[in-house]
Write a protein that binds this ligand. Structure first.
Ligand code: TXA
Ligand code: MG
Length: 331
């Protein structure tokens, strides 16, 4: 059920959960300061309680009233409003259900006019991606309805312009650890003069959601490196015939017969590819497709985040065959 901004605001004030648009993916929002409302997010998503939620706010000033700042956090906040989440120590006003009891809270100021207008009227909104746990993040209002039903209230903000979840950063006095790649790229962070620290370098906290199997497309996904696949030309994805196969190409990299040929970006534009990725993950299930064969994209800029999501999706299969297929066993 589509709702307008004022209905969304009223529902949130009354302690309900609402699907909201952001520039990255749709969120499943509740009043972050109302634990009885936040618990409904975990129930609706079937999300484990140890996996904390991002707190969305209307401005960086509002963030730094709740989260403790440091110089690198201040620099990173220049990317706001935008597809960036900062893990900051919080002052204790955020209920522990939002942070899973952590001394850190994740904060984000989204760059979406409807989200910002809503946030200016509601205060902090806790919102994970608006999908059932383990499924693909929704990038259109109808994907939220498909996950939670046609009666579920969704504030429609159109297709998400980024299409991948935000970059998650842990900034401290020494630099920043990137815990999830996203549209704010490592290249941009380095260019802003912020030292990037390898997250594996310390016992730094992790984003618990990142350790789970994630982004399951509706059919199993095989990920290949189109360059080495072409070099040997002897790979046969799992014996599934072309009539049951879909391909997910980028530019013109994949030379494989398939019933359904999807292209993340025919012109090899990484931003267009990011925008299309989750929408295309959702498509092949509609026909008799039993396998989706995708090619990795150039590992640069937002391409890193696209490859990260492709690898996680392929985790549902997984071993290297003939040095080519990245097919993983279901764990
Ligand atoms: O773009 C996005 O980030 C979207 C939109 C709706 O803002 N949100 C999103 O939320 O992707 P979610 O819950 O699907 O992913 C948030 C990630 C999870 O991996 C979670 O474990 C991590 O952020 N996270 C949240 N709070 C945290 C905290 N206090 N400490 C460590 N990790 C945290
Ligand atoms: Mg998510």
């Amino acid at each position: 059920m589509r709702v307008d901004i004022s209905s969304a605001q009223r529902l949130l004030e009354e302690g309900h959960i609402v699907g909201i648009p952001t520039e990255t993916v749709y969120g499943l929002a509740a009043d972050a300061l109302n634990p009885d409302a936040v618990v409904k997010i975990f129930a609706a998503k079937n999300r484990p309680a140890f996996n904390p939620l991002i707190c969305h706010l209307a401005s960086k000033e509002a963030v730094f009233r709740l989260g403790k700042s440091n110089p690198n956090a201040e620099r990173l906040a220049e990317f706001w409003p935008g597809p960036l989440t900062l893990l900051l120590k919080h002052e204790g006003r955020i209920p522990s259900i939002v942070t899973s009891g952590s001394e850190y809270c994740a904060f984000r100021v989204p760059a979406h006019s409807i989200a910002l207008e809503l946030l200016s009227q509601t205060g902090p909104l806790a919102a994970p991606s608006a999908n059932k746990s383990g499924q693909v993040s929704p990038v259109r209002a109808e994907m939220v309805e498909r996950a939670f039903g046609m009666d579920f209230p969704v504030l429609d903000g159109g297709p998400c312009v980024i299409g991948l979840e935000s970059t998650i950063c842990l900034p401290d006095e020494n630099g920043v650890r990137i815990l999830r790649s996203g549209a704010v790229s490592i290249e941009e962070i380095v260019a802003a003069g912020i030292p990037v620290i390898d997250p594996a370098d310390s016992q730094a906290i992790v984003a618990p959601g990142q350790s789970l199997s994630h982004y399951a497309p509706t059919v199993p996904l095989v990920l290949i490196d189109p360059i080495s696949a072409h070099a040997t030309d002897n790979w046969k994805p799992s014996g599934i015939s072309a009539s049951n196969r879909a391909t997910l190409d980028f530019g013109k990299a994949l030379d494989l017969e398939a019933n359904l040929r999807l292209n993340l970006s025919p012109t090899a534009d990484l931003h267009e590819a990011a925008r299309n990725l989750f929408f295309y993950f959702d498509l092949p299930g509609a026909s008799n497709i039993r396998l989706l064969v995708a090619g990795i994209v150039p590992e640069q800029g937002i391409g890193r985040a696209i490859n990260d999501r492709l690898r996680r999706a392929a985790n549902f299969l997984g071993k290297i065959e003939n040095g080519i297929l990245l097919v993983r066993e279901r764990s």
